[in-house]
Design a binder for this molecule. Structure first.
Ligand SMILES: NC(=O)C1=CN([C@@H]2O[C@H](COP(=O)(O)OP(=O)(O)OC[C@H]3O[C@@H](n4cnc5c(N)ncnc54)[C@H](OP(=O)(O)O)[C@@H]3O)[C@@H](O)[C@H]2O)C=CC1
Ligand SMILES: O=C(CO)COP(=O)(O)O
Length: 337
């Protein structure tokens, strides 16, 4: 039994906290708003983000980061735009030995700095904790994990021993954990698939067919891998759970918030109205900009990302975006880099 701190009480943080508590670990779940923490504590259910799944009485709920300071495993599960601030607030509590692993379960790229989530953790945390940073990614809707449905994910860390330790602590009979040392590839897979899920949603919302969606998934994967390889990732990672696995899940699964944003855009709703109506995060909206900037910085072509950005942030007509994608100059399929 390990002491585990889960930082972030949205749907994913709550589902992971449940998974680990059911495995018998001592779990402390941190919510950023004291009022949310006391509501969770009183009702023993996360009605706002993960309704229908009772939180066991032994799970400690807090809004004080000092309460996770003693954890051996720390999971950071806040949206990517809030991760730096939370990591900065956590840092002073991690003096001494610190946790054996700090795992980012967020899927995004920081806008502006274009840093990955493990970069941000390494920049903000004390060096001993920064050296034990890992990332968890892969096809894993929170509701399905909370419902204990069979799920497989990847945990990547530079030091294989860190990933193997996290694997041992987190794996259950219904939550299979693979390890990797491709920290860049696993993170880019998780972040970029959200942009493609918006694209697939737009296509379905416009009433296009399954041919179109399959084309978007496949060419989306090609551009994800193209950027990943340029940044040093292993191309095989994109054929794995954190690449193709999560891409297929979120481009086809209606539980995906990113796909839902795309569907509604395709049906003609305005982005702001969609976002105002959602209490959950759709990371692809912000990541589309970061991905476009990262691609431009490294001279990598990402035509689908480019068009998603124009539709999301410049009010470009989605039908016109698809037309432009179809009429790009002809090329060979396997021109990889
Ligand atoms: N949900 C899922 O199925 C999966 C999600 N993820 C990833 O996990 C991360 C967290 O998402 P998820 O749990 O779904 O979130 P939700 O959309 O379910 O909930 C949002 C959570 O983020 C918190 N939050 C909002 N803004 C900030 C901020 N600026 N700083 C800190 N916390 C903030 C909210 O707190 P408050 O209530 O106080 O506003 C709330 O806890 C994302 O990167 C997502 O891509 C990964 C795999 C699966
Ligand atoms: O990352 C996810 C599942 O792996 C969740 O996807 P959404 O954020 O689109 O809901």
């Amino acid at each position: 039994m390990k002491r585990v701190g889960v930082i972030g009480a949205g749907s994913w943080g709550t589902a992971l906290a449940l998974l680990l508590a059911r495995k018998g670990h001592e779990v402390v779940l941190w919510a950023r708003r004291p009022v949310h923490a006391s509501k969770l504590d009183r009702s023993r259910e996360n009605a706002s983000y993960l309704p229908g799944f009772p939180l066991p009485p032994e799970m400690v709920i807090t809004s004080d980061l000092a309460d996770v300071a003693e954890a051996e495993l720390l999971l950071v599960v806040v949206p990517s735009h809030g991760l730096r601030e939370v990591a900065g607030a956590l840092a002073p509590h991690l003096s001494g030995g610190g946790p054996k692993a700090v795992v980012s379960a967020a899927k995004g790229i920081e806008n502006g700095t274009l840093r990955t989530m493990t970069d941000v953790l390494q920049e903000e945390l004390p060096p001993e904790a920064g050296a034990r940073v890992a990332v968890l990614s892969g096809p894993s809707f929170a509701r399905e994990v909370a419902a204990d449905l069979p799920t497989a994910v990847t945990v990547a860390a530079q030091d294989h021993r860190v990933a193997a330790w996290v694997q041992e602590v987190m794996a259950t009979g219904s939550f299979r954990v693979y390890t990797s040392t491709d920290v860049v590839g696993v993170q880019l897979g998780g972040a970029l698939k959200n942009v493609m899920a918006v694209a697939a949603g737009i296509s379905d919302g416009l009433g296009f067919g399954t041919n179109t969606r399959a084309a978007l998934v496949t060419r989306g994967l090609a551009e994800m891998a193209r950027l990943g390889v340029r940044l040093g990732a292993n191309p095989l990672t994109f054929a794995g759970l954190a690449g193709l696995g999560d891409l297929v899940l979120t481009c086809t699964g209606d539980l995906s918030r990113n796909r839902q944003v795309g569907l509604r855009l395709g049906r003609g709703e305005a982005l702001q109205a969609i976002l105002d109506d959602m209490n959950m995060v759709a990371e692809g909206v912000k990541t589309s900009r970061a991905a476009r900037d990262l691609a431009a910085r490294h001279g990598v072509e990402m035509p689908i990302t480019e068009q998603v950005c124009r539709v999301l942030h410049e009010g470009f007509d989605p039908r016109e975006a698809v037309r432009e994608l179809m009429l790009r100059p002809p090329r060979a399929e396997a021109e990889f880099v």
